[in-house]
Design a protein. Structure first.
Lengths: 376, 119
């Protein structure tokens, strides 16, 4: 790895908020996985129909109920602490250590989602992930900070590596022929013919995701495809907590790819319109990454920066981002595409016929809005 | 850069290099060595699907247990990475005193593990 590139990675900083959202997503996944871990520890000890797979003499699983409760309880507590950002590094380290320990205890605790979760916990143990949206952040008066970027960058790289190697692994006759799909998903009669096309689509999707998340142009579509894939898989396959945990972890990493500097986008709205003000208030609430500055059209500097006239800004909301200005429904879509609650699906709003319907609906609402200022 | 910061910087750099070397190198190497799927990425690729298991009894009957990872399976494993050929026969033979052998059938191979004789 060239030294200059490595040095740039190590010295780069990024806003704390996306890293905090990543931390919260992983924390919630740990809590969910913790419930399954508790259950699995119990079943391995007390259910004679469950096959234990112990690995080493020196790595014994807890053999008593209090022991199981203690270990699972510690894991769950670490996940909860990580979620709220209470001693996040320590919580992540504890959860990572327990998860790693269980790898030595029993093969039942191996699995892609557990391995991925353990690696994400390792990154969080190294990251300053509670610099925002945490107990510490609240106590310190909610400052907005930058944090070292490299642990989050490694988490993003790890996700891409998982997609890449999985897509390479799928280049085998059993998968490409559709046999795996036929066995796992396409179990309804008459759907056997769909198995092979589905297999090719799945392979292409994972190969696409390995690289597209790093492309600013392709990223929105990577989010949509990834969202679709990771929602569909737990639905189509036998419902399994591991798949849900993996999806939660993936979405948490996706937030890290939302690389939008705070205040880098300008939204100009008609501040003489009460309806518009209420809409902007909602958009502010969704703007968890503080990517937008919301400026009224009565401010000449805002109009100048957006490159629009007051009449144009009164006609529809304007969003200035990436050197260009878009408005109306497309502007709203552009705002949603960088909000954590909507970024996974908002690009779909730009597809026909949704885009056409959305623009028509926007025009209808805009022409009929009640432009009454709220009483002072 | 003060010494503690330089040490932190160097340690971080070493970690990044080692981490990436392991996360790229090990899965790449594992692709060339069949059977080394642990801690690589191959979700639902079909490369390491668990076998279907059946148990043959002394009276000649055969009971099909299917994939032990499936919920509802009479005997089950809790993770798809469990080495069923290694661990399942002992538990299955222990559950049924008149079981004679355990058969594990997968795409790659068929394995038969005899149950230990009852004393």
């Amino acid at each position: 790895m060239p030294a200059a590139f490595l040095n740039r990675i190590l010295t780069a900083r990024r806003p704390a908020r996306p890293v905090a959202l990543f931390r919260i997503g992983v924390g919630l996944a740990v809590v969910l996985r913790g419930v399954k871990t508790a259950r699995d520890l119990y079943l391995l000890e007390y259910d004679p129909l469950v096959v234990p797979a112990p690995l080493f003499e020196w790595a014994q699983r807890p053999a008593t109920l209090p022991g199981i409760v203690a270990l699972a309880g510690a894991f769950l507590a670490a996940g909860a602490a990580l979620t709220v950002g209470w001693h996040a590094r320590l919580s992540a380290a504890v959860a990572c250590a327990i998860s790693a320990w269980l790898f030595f205890v029993d093969q039942s605790f191996w699995g892609h989602h557990v391995y991925f979760m353990t690696l994400m916990l390792l990154m969080l143990a190294l990251a300053d992930s509670d610099a925002s949206l945490s107990v510490r952040w609240i106590r310190q008066g909610r400052p907005e900070r930058d944090v070292p970027a490299w642990p989050a960058w490694l988490a993003q790289v790890q996700l891409s590596l998982a997609y890449f190697f999985t897509s390479v692994a799928k280049l085998n006759p059993a998968f490409l022929s559709g046999d795996v799909m036929r066995d796992r998903i396409v179990t309804a009669p008459g759907m056997s013919a769909m198995a092979q096309p589905l297999a090719i689509v799945a392979l292409a999707a994972e190969a696409f995701l390995a690289f597209a998340l790093w492309s600013r142009r392709l990223r929105p579509w990577a989010f949509v495809i990834g969202f679709g894939m990771h929602v569909l898989i737990p639905v189509l396959l036998t419902p399994y907590v591991g798949l849900v945990v993996f999806s939660m972890l993936v979405f948490a990493v996706y937030v890290l790819f939302l690389d939008v500097p705070p205040g880098s986008r300008l939204v100009v709205w008609d501040d003489a319109c009460g309806f518009c003000g209420r809409t902007v208030e909602w958009l502010r609430r969704l703007d968890w990454l503080s990517a937008h500055r919301f400026e009224g059209s009565s401010r000449p500097s805002a109009l100048a920066e957006a490159g629009v006239t007051a009449e144009e800004a009164a006609d529809e909301v304007k969003v200035r981002a990436g050197g260009r200005t878009i408005g109306g429904f497309d502007g709203i879509r552009s705002i949603l595409e960088v909000t954590p609650v909507a970024f996974l699906w908002a690009p779909v709003l730009g597809l026909p016929p949704i885009a056409q319907w959305g623009r028509a609906a926007y025009r209808r609402v805009a022409s009929r809005r009640h432009c009454v200022l709220p009483p002072r | 850069m003060p010494l503690p910061a330089r040490l932190t910087h160097a340690a971080s750099g070493a970690f990044v290099i080692v981490y990436l070397a392991v996360q790229v190198g090990y899965p790449a190497l594992a692709r060339t060595r069949p059977g080394h799927g642990a801690f690589t990425w191959h979700m639902y690729s079909g490369l390491y699907d668990g076998p279907k298991v059946a148990v043959a009894f002394a009276d000649g009957t055969v009971r099909d247990l299917g994939r032990l990872t499936r919920r509802g399976s009479q005997v089950r494993v809790l993770g798809s990475s469990v080495d069923i050929e290694r661990y399942a026969p002992k538990r299955i033979c222990g559950l049924w005193p008149d079981a004679r052998e355990v058969r594990a059938r997968s795409r790659a191979r068929d394995v038969t593990v005899p149950c230990p004789p009852r004393s």
